[in-house]
Design a protein around this ligand. Structure first.
Ligand code: SF4
Ligand code: SF4
Length: 142
């Protein structure tokens, strides 16, 4: 998430921070409803540097990927004067450096966690059924 209050000379709190808010972005995703939807999210989580969280009932895909305009040295914004609106609107009062841990209802950091969650939500049998289906398909191809 970009920062609103980052100063080019890195004054104040931002000077003490390594640009935490410029090292990821989060996008809202559709609330999963059925097994397929959850399985799509499991697929997201098979990828590196992806997490999924739920906040106030809304689902988000979180991509840990540093903004290319965050300088390696000094951690300042290299396009400060023309940084996107979302960066300007970001509030330092509730930013990643000043706020406590996020109060997520759910937080998945890998596909195994989602698999476990799906097992609880839908029961082991659903996964077993899919496994059997997959094996049958493989056999048919031979
Ligand atoms: S444009 Fe600047 S303020 Fe916005 S995320 Fe990138 S480095 Fe951070
Ligand atoms: S996380 Fe907060 S302190 Fe760190 S750069 Fe962003 S706005 Fe500044």
């Amino acid at each position: 998430m970009p920062a609103k209050t980052k100063k080019p000379l890195r004054k104040g709190l931002c000077a003490k921070c390594s640009g935490l808010c410029c090292r990821y972005f989060a996008l809202p995703i559709d609330t999963p409803e059925d097994w397929d939807d959850y399985d799509d999210i499991r697929w997201f989580l098979c990828h590196e540097d992806i997490t999924v969280f739920v906040e106030e009932g809304d689902w988000y895909l979180n991509v840990k990927n540093k903004c290319k305009y965050l300088s390696d040295k000094g951690h300042h914004c290299e396009i400060y004067d023309k940084r996107p609106k979302i960066c300007r609107d970001y509030e330092i009062e509730t930013c990643d450096f000043t706020s406590n841990e996020y109060d997520y209802e759910l937080h998945f950091t890998n596909d195994h966690q989602m698999e476990e969650y799906m097992k609880i939500k839908f029961g082991d049998k659903v996964l077993e059924k899919l496994e059997r289906k997959k094996k049958r398909r493989k056999k048919r191809k031979k």
